[in-house]
Design a binder for this molecule. Sequence first.
Ligand SMILES: [Mg+2]
Length: 392
Amino acid sequence: MQESLIVERIETRILDIPTIRAHKLSFGAIRQQSPVIVQLWLAGGVCGFGEAATIGGPSWNEESPESIRHAIDSYLAPAVIGQDAGRFEALLARMYAVCKGNLFAKSAVEMAVIDAVARAHNLPAWQLLGGKRHHSLPLAWTLASGEVAVDVEEAQRMLAERRHRIFKIKIGAREPAADVAHVSQIARALAGQARLTVDVNQAWDGNTARRYLPQLVESGVSLIEQPVARWNVEALKNLTATLASALVMADETVCTPQDAMGLARQNACHVFSLKVAKHGGLLQTRKVAAIAEAADIDWYGGTMLETSLGSAASAHVFSTLGASHHGCELFGPQLLVDDIVEARMPIKDCELQLPDGPGFGVEVSLSQLQRFDRARQGLTAVHVDFGQYLAT
Ligand SMILES: [Mg+2]
């Protein structure tokens, strides 16, 4: 064992960073992101960082910033400290032995391990993940203000600045007919200038999806993300078989490699949304992507609205993937009022540029970590504004 690569210490903190505007999804409105940041020291003195972000705390799936931090501090860190950081798969096995599930928490620890080992060898992380096949990826933006005029103005500004030409519209909170009208108006305003996708975030049942998705496709939507509940694979499969000229993408339904295999066996979607946190890390993301490639399923580089740290880590693994893809949506940093790294990944001609420095190629600012640290701010958790979303 290389003594300098032994994991010596792990610290976690929860940050609270406001968003630049309310981000409205099918289940609530997000005004603040609360990523968990892992700082991991190797015996040789090198330090790596990892991140796990949730969308709306435990509204998106079971994990919350508080549960992630608790799982790491109480179970995952003790399983990893004293071990050889270079044995990534062996460390994962130790984490699985002490903790079932908790994939977001595992992903944050694994991310910090890979960042630290890459830095110890003065290599970009993509060199440890198979080597990069892409220097840049098309970068989508999500329109989620809930207002047509605001969404259109935002999209036109992004187009003029050559930052984005793929736009995802978050729907599912209102009546389906109102959502279709909302999307159609945006589609008309952006016709010929942009590619449009929608994310229903599980809000519709199978019959609602069967009735309204063809109308969305008619209005110009080319990719439809998670229209039905994550358990509703049968509806996903039917939509995949029957929707003409649009692709069906699984997001919440595809977390583990076993989920991916099940969807592939049933021909239940055309695209997987890949997210490092929900798969349980960078290596698991590659396993899910390998199943996609073998099953003739495309991939899309998804986001949990991470800061530039988690976004850069995601960009590193996405850059290593072959096969057909639909770009990425690693725009988390742009949705936050401020960041935790010295310099963000550049965006050029609507593409995110992969950073090539050591580790994930971004330098975390300790003063920014302190500035947004929940413990220092004395704040309480405010994950999501449910407002009218909750039935009375
Ligand atoms: Mg989604």
